[in-house]
Every structure is written in C-alpha cells, then in structure tokens.
Design a protein around this ligand. Structure first.
Ligand SMILES: Nc1ncnc2c1ncn2[C@@H]1O[C@H](COP(=O)(O)OP(=O)(O)OP(=O)(O)O)[C@@H](O)[C@H]1O
Ligand SMILES: [Mg+2]
Length: 246
C-alpha cells in the first residue's frame, strides 16, 4: 500500500536561496514523527510544500498514492492534510466556535449538523469548551495555540502538521499540548510535529527527523538521532535544545 504522505526529491528556492534540497521521505498511516532543526533550516517551508501553501520548484508530493503536487492548499485540506501555522491565523473577529465551523467546512464537511459536531469535538479535544463564545482575537497565548490545533483538527485530517504548537508555553501547558497530540494519535491520525521543545517531541513521537540547511541530516529513533554526530554538530552553541534529551 502507498504511504500516507510522500515527498520525492522536493527542491524549493526563495530567489537564489535553496531552502529544501532534494528532500525525500515518507510518512506512514498513523505515524508519530517529530522534526527538529536550527532556525531557518527550512522546516516550515517543508510544511508549506506539503500543505500546498507553497509550490515546490521540483519534485513531487503524494498523498495516499495520489499526486497532489499541483493541488492548492484548499484541495489538500479536503483530502486530509491538516496544518497549524507557526504564527496562528484565526479569524480574530469570529468566535472560537465560528472559527471551528469554518475549519470543518474547509475540511469538506458541508452539512450543517455534521460540521457542527466536528467543530464541537475539536473544541473539546483542544480543551476550549469554556472559550467557545469568545472572539478569537481576545485569546491569550495558550488558548491561541489550542485554537490553532482545534482548527486543524476540525478539518478532519488524516495527517496533521503541527508547527511549534508548544513554543512559548509553560511546562504544564506543554504537557497539556502533548496530551492533545497523543489523543489525536490514538485516533489513528498521523502527526508530523515541528518543535524546538524537544522534551515534548520525546514524549510524543516514535521517529525524529532533523533538518539543517534544507536537507534531512537525521531520521530514525529519536534519542539516536539526537545523539548522532551530524545532529550535535548543527546544534553546537545552542545546547539548550537538548537539555531534556541528554
Ligand atoms: N516567503 C519567503 N520568502 C523568502 N524567504 C523565505 C520565505 N519563507 C522563508 N524564507 C527563508 O527560508 C529559510 C527557511 O525558512 P523556514 O521558515 O522554513 O525555517 P524554519 O526551519 O521553519 O525556521 P524556524 O525554526 O525559525 O521556524 C529562511 O532563511 C527564511 O528566511
Ligand atoms: Mg518555522
């Protein structure tokens, strides 16, 4: 059977700068994968190429065997690629619940009752029930992160791409986000999680990739990847990221 998500020889440039260099990997159904790498390594760019927000200059993206390289982000959302954004993008004048209704519809659920129940379950999963009627623009950091997660969940993804949903949170808040991610995995949704908070990844994923300068320089069992010479090398001078790992 075809893997759930597949990147084949993806290259992406911004002007002269190459931010993804011939990147190839596969994500299996239900997999839990973390992505680390220094600032500017090209992690978010890779999500853009997967979600359709960005076009690869060359190479291919496949979802469950289907070539989606030329489909736009809205079409890929309907096919099951859900993502969060490093800088959250809610409709700030709408309530939390209204944002989730929109997301459910973007995921392809047009029927009123069904999109309502998708929105309600995303609300609950992301621990936002008490915020349902607040405007998104009024939320604090943790609630904005929760809403970003809930919006992606409401699209009913087969694979969920998380971009730094634990960044800037306190320790108990990070644990809460880990709990949400683990519940999502338990439902069979594949998760690919970009995160600088390495301990959150170690509590959630079974595979870790490390990206540096647009290339995959490590991929495998998380602790082995973190202790590899190539990965340690790119993190020289920013050992803080490895506190929890070592
Ligand atoms: N739209 C864009 N136009 C031009 N350059 C860009 C654009 N988006 C990103 N870049 C550049 O591409 C490189 C990779 O950026 P990207 O955001 O993918 O890195 P990242 O690994 O997600 O970093 P961080 O950990 O800081 O989020 C950086 O040098 C960035 O400045
Ligand atoms: Mg990024």
């Amino acid at each position: 059977m075809a893997p759930l998500l597949e990147l084949n020889h993806v290259t992406k440039r911004f002007g002269q700068v190459v931010v993804a260099r011939d990147v190839s990997f596969t994500i299996e159904d239900g997999a839990a994968v973390g992505i680390v790498g220094p600032n500017g390594a090209g992690k978010t760019t890779l999500f853009g190429v997967m979600s359709g927000d960005l076009r690869a200059d060359s190479g291919q993206v496949r979802l469950a065997g289907r070539d989606v390289t030329r489909l736009d982000a809205a079409e890929r959302t309907r096919l099951g690629i859900g993502r969060t954004y490093q800088v959250p993008r809610p409709f700030s004048g709408m309530t939390v619940f209204e944002n989730l209704l929109v997301a459910a519809q973007q995921g392809g659920e047009r029927r009123g009752a069904a999109s309502h129940s998708l929105a309600a379950s995303a609300l609950e999963r992301a621990r936002l029930s008490e915020r349902a009627n607040l405007r998104a623009g009024q939320l604090g950091l943790l609630d904005r992160k929760r809403l970003e997660l809930a919006r992606a969940l409401a699209t009913r993804p087969r694979v969920l791409l998380l971009d730094e949903v634990a960044g800037g949170l306190t320790e108990p808040e990070v644990r809460e986000v880990v709990g949400i991610v683990r519940e999502t995995l338990a439902e069979g949704v594949a998760v690919v999680w970009i995160e600088h908070v390495v301990r959150a990844l170690l509590a959630s994923v079974e595979r870790l990739m490390c990206l540096a300068d647009g290339a995959v320089i490590g991929d495998g069992e998380p602790r082995e990847v973190l202790s590899s010479a190539a990965v340690r090398e790119v993190y020289l001078g920013s050992e803080a990221a490895f506190e929890a790992a070592s």
